[in-house]
Design a protein. Sequence first.
Length: 63
Amino acid sequence: METYSLLREFADSWMLLALFTFFVGMVLWVLFRPGSSKTYRDVANIPFRHEDKPAPERDAKEA
């Protein structure tokens, strides 16, 4: 069996399964890790924080 065929067969079977498992694992980690809902809720509300006035200037140590 030539190298290309061997690597193609590996990529079509086991590597596909490994990458799919990694993807599902990352999705589950992002959704269910402790403290993630508060972080994502805070980030999602960034555009709505200062509708009436501009955001105050922040010091470099606060960022």
